[in-house]
Ligand binder design. Structure first.
Ligand SMILES: Nc1ncnc2c1ncn2[C@@H]1O[C@H](COP(=O)(O)OP(=O)(O)OP(=O)(O)O)[C@@H](O)[C@H]1O
Length: 504
């Protein structure tokens, strides 16, 4: 059945948080069978808009029309009753329950269903929507991509006809993105409406029929067809200016005679949290003035590698040296000159109730002291100086970090860690959640740190990012380094093949 009206019309939605105008007079429409991309820089108001559509926030002004009727969406349960489902960035599943139990909690009458009947419904839905899930698996044992599939299936099984995906690809490996897009295509072919937030233009071009660009809470382009606009036009709409390509001069790694590498791992063996062997005979060195990339499918040992390098995880065997000093603890790694960008800053670096200034002192370095307390004036000065030098435009110093968007949290952590005079930088997924302009600036800063003589280790699943940044790429597979690729041989295929255990 083809509708002659949009599935969803957003008319002039507006929302402020105190002085912050998060969304101003935003309008867009989504038709059945349409994938609509919502794009814009960090803090542009995308999540706020989606949360108004899903009933989490109440708009100050504006209106929603769903399926041709004015809709009052006062809560997420109102939204679900209408047929609007949302998959949040932080997936809302209970890890200690199975897939079937999680779905039972979400669907009406689910907890009263017998297990057999529930599983049959899950299997039928998973077949219909092209979403392979194992209903018996414990959610805590699933990869992030598998959890996302469960969450989408859950949303569809509650009767959603409009599915909102808030930045679903930022936590996925490239193969998982392809799998997700196959699901989205399936939904499109079955006349669902899909709203998807992404920072990546190639994803907009691959998956979206139309797009809306937000900047500073306003829709600067609404309901456009992406193919009718160049990348430069879309970037300009998003950030208000053009963003230059990354320049990567060759590394100058001529170390003085006998100088130790910035980071040296030898014979490292290490267990994962679950007790299996996560790192096997790892031997690597990052020289001062060199940027080494680590490629690999998620879960190949990257997390453990970073933790071992930073003294956060004790290896079973082997040694870690930073600038020649053997390191056995996090404090020793910091003292030897390390700085780090954690894999998941929202989980690992945010202290609720602390503001931006409060987070800037959580870098493990001695605090500027004044009498018996902290010299906050000095902290504010160094924060302002770091913000200006790095140019990642952090949120205002008094803002609570837990209230910031994911990308804005990432910028606080990046500014804190990359403004240090560290001689080793270990950065896991540094551009995760960042908009285009901030991705570029972060990459420039990493190269600036390299050119200032630091050894830089960057873990990323984005091969294009690594190929643009790295002086060498080491590929991890199943806890081991499966190969080393030099710039002249950088190509997606040979790196991809090493990632899955094949030869380059
Ligand atoms: N609950 C809240 N309280 C106060 N301010 C908020 C709240 N939620 C969002 N904001 C602010 O509103 C603005 C828009 O934020 P929003 O999260 O909607 O941006 P976004 O486009 O989703 O960003 P990102 O790409 O980083 O996820 C930002 O300045 C943000 O800090």
């Amino acid at each position: 059945m083809t509708l002659c009206h949009p599935l969803l019309e957003v008319l002039g939605l507006t929302k402020s948080f105190g002085e912050i105008k998060a969304a101003t007079d935003v309008s867009l429409e989504v038709w059945p069978g349409e994938v609509h991309a919502l794009v814009g820089e960090n803090g542009a108001g995308k999540s706020t808009l989606l949360k108004m559509i899903y009933g989490v926030y109440h708009p100050d002004a504006g209106q929603l029309v769903f399926d041709g009727h004015e809709a009052v969406v006062a809560s997420p349960s109102d939204a679900r009753r209408l047929g609007i489902g949302m998959v949040f960035q932080d997936l809302r599943l209970v890890p200690a329950l199975t897939v079937a139990e999680n779905i039972a909690l979400a669907i009406p009458g689910g907890v009263r269903l017998r297990l057999g009947a529930l599983r049959a419904r899950i299997d039928e839905a998973s077949e219909r929507f092209g979403l392979a899930v194992d209903s018996r698996a414990w959610v805590g044992h699933l990869s992030i991509g598998e959890r996302q599939r469960v969450e989408i299936l859950k949303v569809l099984m509650t009767g959603a006809r409009l599915v909102i995906l808030d930045e679903p690809t930022s936590v996925l490996a490239p193969q998982e993105v392809e799998a997700l897009f196959r699901v989205v295509e399936h939904l499109r072919s079955q006349d669902f409406g899909v709203v998807i937030v992404t920072h990546k233009l190639d994803e907009v071009r691959t998956i979206a029929d139309r797009a809306t660009v937000l900047r500073g809470g306003r829709a600067v382009l609404s309901n456009i067809v992406p193919s009718q606009h160049s990348d430069a036009e879309l970037v300009e709409a998003m950030v208000g200016r053009s963003v230059a390509d990354l320049q990567r001069p060759p590394a100058r790694t001529s170390e003085p005679n006998g100088a130790a590498p910035a980071l040296e791992l030898a014979g490292i063996e290490c267990a994962s949290d679950g007790g299996h062997l996560a790192l096997k005979a790892i031997k690597l060195a990052v020289r001062s003035g060199e940027l080494v990339g680590i490629a690999g499918v998620a879960g190949s040992g990257q997390r453990e590698l970073c933790e071992v390098a930073l003294g956060l995880r004790r290896p079973r065997a082997g040694t870690v040296r930073i600038n020649g000093t053997q390191v056995r603890s996090a404090a020793a790694a910091l003292a030897a000159g390390a700085a780090s960008v954690p894999e998941d800053p929202v989980a690992d670096a945010v202290v609720s109730r602390l503001d931006v200034t409060g987070h800037m002192i959580l870098n493990g370095r001695p605090l500027p002291a004044r009498r018996l307390g902290i010299d906050w004036r000095k902290v504010r000065e160094t924060t302002a100086d770091a913000d200006q030098r790095l140019g990642l435009r952090m949120a205002a110093p008094h803002r609570r970090v837990s209230e910031l968007s994911g990308g804005n949290i990432q910028r606080v952590v990046l500014t804190r860690e990359l403004s240090l005079d560290a001689t080793l930088v270990v950065a896991a997924y540094p551009s995760r959640g960042l908009d285009i302009a901030n991705v570029r600036r972060t990459q420039e800063i990493l190269l600036e740190r390299r050119d200032a003589g630091a050894g830089v280790l960057v873990v990323s699943e984005d091969l294009d990012e690594l190929m643009g940044l790295a002086d060498r790429i080491l590929v991890m597979h199943d806890g081991a380094i499966s190969g080393e690729v030099l710039p002249a041989a950088f190509d997606r295929q040979s790196i991809g093949s090493l990632m899955t255990g094949g030869a380059a």
